[in-house]
Design a binder for this molecule. Structure first.
Ligand SMILES: Cc1cc2nc3c(=O)[nH]c(=O)nc-3n(C[C@H](O)[C@H](O)[C@H](O)COP(=O)(O)OP(=O)(O)OC[C@H]3O[C@@H](n4cnc5c(N)ncnc54)[C@H](O)[C@@H]3O)c2cc1C
Ligand code: SF4
Length: 486
């Protein structure tokens, strides 16, 4: 156990961010480099090594949190990294990007601020990379079996790494020009610098995983051909169909899905473009959708030099404290001030868009909204609350409705969908087609990186068992798990 009095002696302290006026002028991660390591041993010492560590249950990966807290407290970074990797292939992604359901479930959180689990996680993995402790782990012998993974987001990468290490020959197919899924082209550089993905890909290549970019299964290679070529298939194609807003004026120029807008900004950072063809520079920007994707649009618009940024949300403003129906250790829906919100802009809750207004050239110029409230479960407009806000760029960040059904993938494999339109699977993550598995947002629906990694790891066990009859790989979750976390 870390220091038995740690939680009595030390207050919670989190990673420091760089000053707003400095960070909005660049695209680097918002955190102050080097601010975390000097405080992390004390922060890890706040862990009580609980008899029933609820943090384990809060985390879909079942991360061994008290064990690595203890090693971090003792500054034994090598042992901490070994414990961290025992349950998580990519802690540098979750340590930066996870909303940390483990912290919501931390026992200390009952009457004190919880342990800074996410900051400890990212410190351990960054130190491990710096110390050269993250090395390729190629399999000792090959099974002779082959697996195709469709999609290179966190679910596909986790499944591919597990299966490669189990001795199977794995190729990851990705329709985009770079590997990483939403980590690469959804999440902005200021939330996670892409060098973190690049060095993992190098590790995976050295272990034997093959990557094929700019290859869309269903269009460039059909399902039948892929099935002939491989003994098993994992579909990790994400939930990439954006939810639309069919309001009058939707077809005006300047109204884009968030996932049309954000990838172009990331492409500028990759050096593919000098300026984004969809830029907020000199424009009043409205972001529709109050979630994380919306916050990423807000931060991106500020960095591009927007005149103003307004984020709209149809739901009421969440509370700042847990309410009675979201008790510890559940993950509460609280009012969040993300780093993007610290940088400016206005957030308006309980409003709906009635229509968009354009100029004679068909460019959007304004958005009309109305206040709304839920009455008896029905959304009603409040009369007399209509207003107009200027908008030359509007981004739609209202979530995703499922995996892409246009490219032939679902049809060609003959996949059954569940009632929510996601690819249906059994307890082993296998679809209705024997030997074809599904992991991540494609099966779960729009979710989180931590769930995607947990799904990739669990689906890999199903595939390994299908190929060899038995598997020693871990399976942290079942497809139906939702448990304490979001
Ligand atoms: C803007 C944005 C910000 C987010 N921020 C966070 C965050 O901060 N924290 C967090 O936990 N979660 C966040 N999420 C959610 C998280 O990114 C996803 O839950 C996660 O990436 C899902 O992983 P996945 O591997 O299932 O799919 P994805 O990451 O979506 O990857 C799927 C990949 O499959 C490829 N593909 C699809 N069809 C085919 C095909 N037929 N052939 C070949 N390739 C194909 C796609 O091009 C894509 O690269 C965010 C999501 C968005 C959109
Ligand atoms: S619940 Fe919190 S205090 Fe308890 S073991 Fe987990 S991190 Fe430590």
């Amino acid at each position: 156990m870390a220091d038995p009095k740690g939680f009595l002696n030390h207050d919670r302290e989190v990673a420091k961010t760089r000053p707003v006026e400095e960070r909005v002028k660049d695209w680097n991660e918002v955190y102050q480099p080097g601010s975390l390591l000097p405080i992390i041993s004390k922060q890890a010492s706040r862990c009580m090594d609980c008899g029933i560590p609820f943090c384990h249950n809060g985390c879909p990966l079942g991360n061994l949190i008290p064990e690595w807290n203890d090693y971090a407290y003792r500054e034994d970074w090598e042992a901490a990294s070994e414990r961290l990797h025992a349950t998580n292939n990519f802690p540098e992604f979750t340590g930066r990007l996870c909303p940390a359901p483990c912290e919501a479930a931390c026992v200390l959180g009952i009457n004190q601020p919880p342990v800074t689990i996410k900051n400890v996680e990212v410190s351990i993995i960054d130190k491990a990379w710096d110390n050269g402790d993250v090395t390729p782990q190629p399999p000792e012998r090959l099974s002779g079996k082959t697996v195709a993974v469709i999609g290179s987001g966190p679910a596909g990468l986790a499944a591919a790494q597990q299966l490669t290490r189990a001795g199977h020959t794995v190729a990851v197919y990705e329709r985009a020009d770079r590997i990483g899924g939403l980590l690469r082209y959804g999440i902005p550089e200021f939330k996670m610098e892409k060098r973190h993905i690049n060095r993992r890909i190098e590790q995976m290549r050295a272990e034997g995983t093959k990557f094929r970019t700019e290859t869309e299964i269903g269009r460039d290679i059909d399902a039948a051909k892929l099935r002939r070529r491989y003994d098993a298939v994992v579909i990790a194609a994400g939930s990439t169909t954006s939810r639309d807003l069919p309001a009058p004026g939707r077809d005006l120029k300047g109204i884009h899905f968030a996932m049309e807008y954000l990838p172009l900004a990331n492409k500028v950072q990759e050096g593919d473009l000098t300026v984004s063809p969809i830029s907020a520079e000199g424009k009043h920007v409205v972001v529709i959708g109050g979630g994380d994707t919306g916050a990423d649009c807000v931060g991106t618009a500020h960095r591009q030099g927007a005149l103003s940024v307004t984020q709209l949300e149809i739901m009421p403003k969440p509370g700042e404290e847990r309410n009675a129906n979201q008790p510890w250790p559940t993950f509460p829906m609280l009012y969040k001030v993300t780093s993007a919100h610290e940088e400016g802009g206005e957030r308006i809750y309980s409003v709906n868009t009635t229509h968009f207004e354009g100029d004679e050239d068909g460019n959007v110029q304004a958005l009309h909204l109305v206040e709304v409230e839920f009455k008896d479960g029905k959304l009603e407009q409040k009369p007399g609350t209509e207003r107009r806000i200027p908008a030359q760029l509007v981004t739609l960040a209202m979530g995703f409705t499922g995996t892409d059904k246009e490219n032939g993938l679902v049809e060609q494999f003959g996949l059954e969908l569940d009632e929510r339109g996601n690819i249906a699977r059994n307890a082993d993550f296998e679809t209705n087609v024997p030997g074809v598995f599904v992991a991540g947002d494609a099966g779960r629906g729009q979710s989180l990186i931590v769930w995607a990694i947990a799904e990739g790891r669990s689906a890999a066990k199903g595939v390994d068992r299908f190929l060899t009859g038995a598997s020693a790989l871990p399976a942290p979750i079942k497809p139906t798990d939702r448990a304490l976390a979001v």
